[in-house]
Ligand binder design. Structure first.
Ligand code: HEM
Length: 621
């Protein structure tokens, strides 16, 4: 049609493909019940009553700003002068490497709850061959492929031959390529044409997808269909329930849960198991209170309570541990001391933003500790502590070592989280998903940088401006800021960025964001905080089922809401451990201290428990 790329990318957003030959690729609106349901759907549809697909699994991310694709439509971002950007691995090595520093008092639970909720509301997906097999963009030995051999979805990351980790001096074979496959884009909700937006496979809501899945088929595989319970693997010897295992499992540790990444690393598997057990704990209590309820009613009511608990922990405990009081107030993220809010606001797309998924929330990668510390109940550091890169995708120790599960919980409560700065632990930086017989793996930072370019995220400076800060006019201006309210990047890092990037307008948002010095009271830097706060504002005010939203037919009663507001991660740990976690500090996101001392789990004055009797004779519709 002789359109320029800009006309094709942004102009055609005004045009719909509804009445064209590709109409059959558009999403059809989900038909929702005529009277709104009390419960969420499994796939997140029917949350918005006007746009029924809003937030549904397998719909596009929202954009905060027009993407910066090289061709305006879908080619990865290039430098502002049109040349290629520096290799994502090179940027990672030069700007982001180095030894992790611990935070002052933040517990590692911050990292682990963060990854759990990340897997609740976002899951980008990459292209595969049509039979589902993975695409390789490098040779199996880490060499580069000829351009003619590359699949069109390939965007391999080049590794320098003098990369100290991948290519040490004595190496016989050199690694020059890190596999990277582009994310799948999909039709927008309104089926408009224009630039590529990427798909989120999970529901866009903070709705317990890690426990319940993001579609009805997954949910069906997880339910027992008796007593409102989720399936478990019963470990009678140790009197405990573990996550269900797949029927074809031969190792005894092929757990599955609502999100397919549940066994990515054992601390995550433990966190999944805790919330899975919480569902069954609540379901059993509701069943005892309401003996006439059906399996379906018990299941849905338990799910409603567990999701509300998870939301409350996120807003009441997790967010304050990550963001500054100022930004929490600006984006209205703090739960009310009592009662409901009623200002639900609709959206037209999303609600998860591409910027949050592809940059902002990836700040969590910097919180990870590569040495995972395990503790006994008396506070002794166990010699069985381990290195994360030895355990990717292997949760077998949960099954084989009966003391391990609770020792992991104590580790999350006792070990300091790594700080959310530019350093990323070796386990993720050089050895991510390392094969058992290999010394090297992926570099998550390089993947994040490349993913940002793949998704067309504009550069760091664009997001500074979007967040209300001044654009930096030079690398020096990143350090010597003109306004005291602007983010600061330490001079050693801004100097290195000046050596790596051609222009201050080229810096990847993940890189600039991680390099910022946090404002007082925050863990994350100002630009990352802004992307995160904007997202949690949308997740709160655009979710019709948000636990604190009043005035809806399905809202909790005031007395029930007051009970939900007692939920805490400390109580989740206490109630769902293997039975040997006897004391926990009330604020599980900070390590124990004089102001946050460990108390016995039986101390419900310090770690309140929900009174579920308020759900006796609950009104059903
Ligand atoms: C040991 C812990 C972790 C591992 C091994 C891990 C690994 C990964 C990997 C491999 C990706 C995909 C990268 C890509 O190809 O684009 C990813 C994505 C992501 N991670 Fe992590 N991660 C961990 C912890 C965390 C934490 C603690 C957070 C946040 C608090 C987090 C937030 C994210 C986000 C937001 C994404 C993008 C999700 C998406 O678009 O689907 N991760 N992580």
């Amino acid at each position: 049609m002789s359109l320029t790329n800009e006309e094709g990318g942004t102009g055609l957003l005004q045009a719909t493909s509804r009445f064209t030959v590709i109409n059959d690729t558009c999403l059809t609106a989900t038909t929702c019940p005529s009277s709104p349901s009390k419960y969420r759907t499994a796939d997140g549809s029917c949350n918005s009553l006007s746009i029924t697909n809003l937030g549904k699994a397998n719909t596009d991310y929202r954009r905060l700003i027009t993407p910066a694709y090289a061709d305006g439509i879908q080619s990865p971002r290039v430098a502002s002068d049109g040349s290629a950007l520096p290799s994502a691995r090179l940027v990672s090595v030069r700007v982001l490497g180095g030894a992790e520093k611990p935070t002052d008092a933040t517990a590692l639970a911050l990292m682990q709850f963060g990854q759990l909720i990340n897997h609740d509301f976002q899951s980008s997906t990459t292209f595969t061959f049509s039979n589902g097999t993975d695409i390789s963009c490098c040779t199996s030995a880490g060499g580069s492929l000829d351009a003619s051999q590359l699949h069109s979805a390939c965007l391999p990351i080049s590794v320098a031959l003098n990369d100290k980790f991948f290519n040490p001096k004595n190496a016989t074979t050199k690694i020059s390529c890190m596999n990277f496959v582009r994310s799948i884009a999909g039709p927008r909700l309104d089926c408009s044409l224009g630039y590529a937006d990427q798909l989120n496979q999970n529901t866009h809501w903070l709705d317990g997808s890690t426990v319940y899945g993001s579609n009805s088929a997954t949910l069906a595989t997880l339910r027992q269909y008796t007593g409102g319970l989720l399936k478990v693997t019963r470990d009678a010897t140790n009197n405990r329930d573990l996550l269900p295992i797949t029927s074809t499992c031969t190792t005894g540790a092929c757990f599955y849960a609502g999100d397919s990444r549940a066994t990515e690393q054992p601390q995550l598997t433990v966190m999944h198991t805790l919330w899975h057990r919480e569902h069954n704990r609540v379901a059993k209590a509701l069943s005892a209170l309401n003996p006439t309820w059906s399996d379906e009613t018990i299941f849905q009511e338990a799910r409603r309570i567990v999701v509300a608990e998870m939301q409350h922990v996120a807003y009441d405990e997790f967010i304050p541990a990550l963001l500054s009081p100022g930004i929490i107030a600006k984006y209205n993220l703090a739960p009310l001391a009592s009662g409901f809010f009623t200002n639900y606001t609709g959206l037209t797309n999303g609600p998860i933003s591409n910027e949050f998924a592809t940059a902002g929330f990836r700040v969590g990668h910097s919180l990870v500790q590569g040495t995972v510390k395990l503790y006994s109940e008396d506070g002794t550091l166990l010699t069985s502590s381990y290195t994360m890169s030895d355990t990717f995708n292997d949760p077998s120790r949960i099954v084989n070592d009966k003391t391990y599960f609770d020792a992991v919980i104590r580790g999350l409560l006792t070990q300091l989280s790594a700080s959310a700065d530019h350093t990323i632990d070796e386990s993720l930086w050089n050895k991510l998903f390392r094969a058992a017989n290999a010394t090297w793996g992926f570099d998550v930072a390089a993947l994040n940088i490349q993913r940002g370019r793949d998704h067309g995220l504009p550069s760091y400076n664009t997001y500074r401006q979007l967040c209300g800060f001044n654009k930096a006019t030079s690398f020096d201006a990143l350090t010597n800021v003109t306004s005291s309210s602007d983010p600061i990047i330490k001079s050693d890092l801004s100097t290195i960025m000046g050596q790596v990037y051609g222009s201050v307008d080229d810096i990847d948002v993940f890189v600039g964001g991680l390099a910022e010095v946090p404002f007082p009271g925050a863990i994350a830097g100002p630009t990352m905080s802004c992307l995160i706060a904007e997202q949690f504002n949308k997740l709160k005010f655009s979710d019709r089922y948000f636990y604190e939203l009043g005035g809806q037919p399905h809202s909790f009663t005031a007395a029930q809401l007051a009970e939900i507001k007692k939920a805490s991660l400390a109580r989740i740990f206490c109630d769902n451990s293997d039975g040997t976690v006897l004391s926990v500090q009330p604020n599980a996101f900070a390590v124990a201290s004089a102001t946050n001392p460990r108390v016995l789990c039986t101390n419900t004055a310090s770690i309140p428990a929900l009174d579920l009797s308020l759900w006796k004779n609950e009104v059903l519709f």
